[in-house]
Design a protein around this ligand. Structure first.
Ligand SMILES: Nc1ncnc2c1ncn2[C@@H]1O[C@H](COP(=O)(O)OP(=O)(O)O)[C@@H](O)[C@H]1O
Ligand SMILES: O=C(O)C1=C[C@@H](OP(=O)(O)O)[C@@H](O)[C@H](O)C1
Ligand SMILES: [Mg+2]
Length: 250
């Protein structure tokens, strides 16, 4: 059932499978996620342009993760953002489905949520070591404290936000195991309310309600430039930078 583009069977143990799945993902951008515009690349770019790691492309960051509730657009916006910034794209859910060899609903049903969360953690540890990548997380990935810590240590985490109603509209025809309920909208409201304080710990927050994806991507890039400028200013200030208390009094 599984073979990579070269026809090689994947390894059987999980860490090696993870490396294998990542290497196949990083070979090229793969198909656009559901709903994303399929814009033909300027050149055949199964692999990214050699310029992408050469320092010749100006971009605010060379690694960024997208977090947020289910249906806020992490997978789609992440893919579009990766095209705009000429970075690799990794969707952690997609990676898990490749590693385990099952869809996300099958993993939840057959292996249990705990197993899925363990896979998620392994994937986080691996993707935080990548260079030149946009990482779209699953909705629960950032909720785990260890994952959150590792991600925020690595780089900016952009949190996408949407109202429960928008999330419901965007997810009602898909199978998200956690949203299988008699009243999915209530389930969305409850779970979103529980998770909201944790999502607030992200670096940059962007609303996605009623906005076309291009506009969201544009805002993320602008906000990443502003964030990178601040990081640079702090780095330039060196050890003489004021303590937090002094800054607050400025
Ligand atoms: N800004 C947007 N406007 C309209 N539809 C969107 C937008 N962002 C995402 N979608 C659609 O909503 C659905 C869920 O998006 P997805 O990227 O899978 O969300 P997530 O990964 O956060 O669960 C997909 O069908 C996607 O095309
Ligand atoms: O919020 C969550 O706990 C989950 C979100 C899903 O990803 P999306 O946010 O991409 O739908 C997927 O990882 C899994 O169904 C669990
Ligand atoms: Mg997703």
């Amino acid at each position: 059932m599984f073979s990579d583009a070269a026809g090689e069977p994947p390894p059987t143990d999980r860490p090696a499978r993870l490396e294998w799945a990542l290497s196949t993902e990083l070979r090229g951008p793969g198909p656009a996620p559901e709903g994303a515009p399929v814009t033909p690349p300027a050149e055949d770019c199964r692999t990214l342009s050699p310029m992408f790691s050469s320092g010749l492309i100006e971009r605010p960051v060379s690694w960024v993760a997208l977090a947020g509730f289910m249906g806020t657009g992490k997978s789609r916006i992440g893919w579009e953002l990766s095209r705009a910034l000429a970075l690799h794209f990794v969707d952690t859910d997609k990676l898990i489905t490749r590693v385990v060899g099952k869809s996300i609903p099958e993993v939840f049903a057959q292996e249990g949520e705990g197993y899925f969360r363990a896979c998620e953690h392994e994937v986080v540890r691996r993707v935080t070591r990548l260079e030149h990548a946009v990482i779209s997380l699953g909705g629960g990935t950032f909720i785990n404290e260890d994952n959150r810590h590792e991600l925020l240590e690595r780089g900016p985490v952009v949190v996408l936000w949407a109202s429960p109603e928008t999330v419901y509209q965007r997810t009602k025809h898909s199978d998200r195991p956690l949203l299988r309920a008699e009243d999915p909208l209530s389930k969305i409201r409850t779970l979103m309310h529980e998770r909201e304080p944790v999502y607030r710990q992200g670096t940059i927050h962007v609303h996605s309600d009623g906005r076309p994806s291009e506009e969201i991507v544009e805002e993320i890039i602008e906000r990443l430039w502003a964030w990178a400028d601040v990081q640079q200013a702090w780095a330039d200030a060196g050890p003489e930078r004021p303590e937090l208390g002094e800054r607050a009094a400025d």
